[in-house]
Design a protein around this ligand. Sequence first.
Ligand code: HMG
Length: 445
Amino acid sequence: MTSVGIDAIEIWTGKLKLDLPGTFAPAKGEDPEKYTKGLGLYASSLPDSYEDIVTMGANACKRLMERKGLTPEDVGRIDVATESAFDNSKPVSTYIAGCLEQVFDGDFRYANKGERKFACVAGTQSIDDAYNWIRAGRNRDRGALVVATDTALYERGDSGEATQGAGAVAMYISEDPDLVELSPEQGYGSMDETDFLKPNQQFPSVDGKRSIQVYLARMREAVEDYESVGGDLHPDDFELLPFHTPFPGMVRRAASLAYRHTIRDTSIEEDLADEIGRQPRPEAFDSEDEYLDAMGEYTERLVETDTYGEWYDRVVEPTLDLSREVGNWYTGSVHVARASGLQHALENDWDLTGKRLAVASYGSGAQAEVHTEVVQPGWKEEIAHLNVLEQLERRYDLAFEEYGKIHDTHNHDTDTDVEPMTTPEGEFVFDGWGRMGERKYTYVE
Ligand code: HMG
């Protein structure tokens, strides 16, 4: 079977930074440690006034295409995953293609373009669409551009405001990929839920505490569903475990449950039994509540063990480095987590070729997806090209009043103009509205 997967990846962050412990927490009269220790976040990336989901997506694609020497004719699909779209008919992918046609010779007229929606899991679903299109033999030797781009803003004062972020991840999906090969096996956990939604409104309606429980429940189902086709997962089977990361604290919880599940009936559980006992089994309890309480207590003991700590620090923690500095990018978040882990692996000279990753995506509403990936020989070169750390370093550090103005500028219900805080250079910028209400874009040298 031909190998299909992610050939290349590029990340584009919004150019502004909101320092959460330094600027946001004091302005809200909150303890900075709620952000750094509780949520695990240090900063949010936000878009400058000339940036939006199109500019960030197009800028990531331009870097990717130039680096890989791709022309528009090499691209047979452009799929955009977003939950921040501003047009209910014309897909964001057409705007992005229009931008790219300003700077590349040729055009994307024979490429199939679309937009995917299922909250944050849509980025992974777009990769699936590309994978299936290639596997079906309909790609005519071309690859697919998948762009996960979002401006994740919450209403001012909403508890989700702490987890905002903005940025884009562009990926090229192809045969014989340089970065990772995708497993044909996948697992899903999907139920009709009302935990986080945007019923024709820009900012989400969120039941934050419930959304955490729904994330964990759907993720457990996706793991079990994956195991029904891919075989039992064991913690030693994968080198990194990138999760959808709305905030690192969420992943801290999800990882402990994943570890507990994957060590059940293994020698790891046996080896830990003297220290913390064996995992409770449901048949030993009179009621489900008693069983769940015992499981909760076991998990508390488990995460305190050195065995768990060593696994978490090696396999999960490196995937959170970028997220801590950028916040939630919705559709791009799990792909930022993968890149973060691989960047850590490169910096620490890990030998990952041929090794596996387990990737856990999630979207509210709600659906989780789990699959595995095999790291390809070209991974080091691919990851070495990422310049996301320099981009993060260059972000403009917002004062709290400036943050308020930027939030208003991107609020579709307010008509606020604010002077840009950064100077665009060699990138696409938003350039006003056209005669039919379309957004217009220009490339700035
Ligand atoms: P909150 O009420 O602001 O925060 O809401 P909190 O009081 O729950 O505190 C957060 C954590 O900080 C807690 O840790 C506190 O104990 C701790 P936990 O107990 O949970 O481990 N804390 C402190 N720690 C140290 N020192 C202190 C301190 N103070 C507090 N001084 C909430 C938090 C996540 C609910 C909120 O930010 C929210 O509503 N976020 C948006 C929803 C969300 O991100 N949900 C995640 C799952 S759903 C998902 O991932 C999908 C999503 O990406 C959307 C999509 O799919 O499209 C969101």
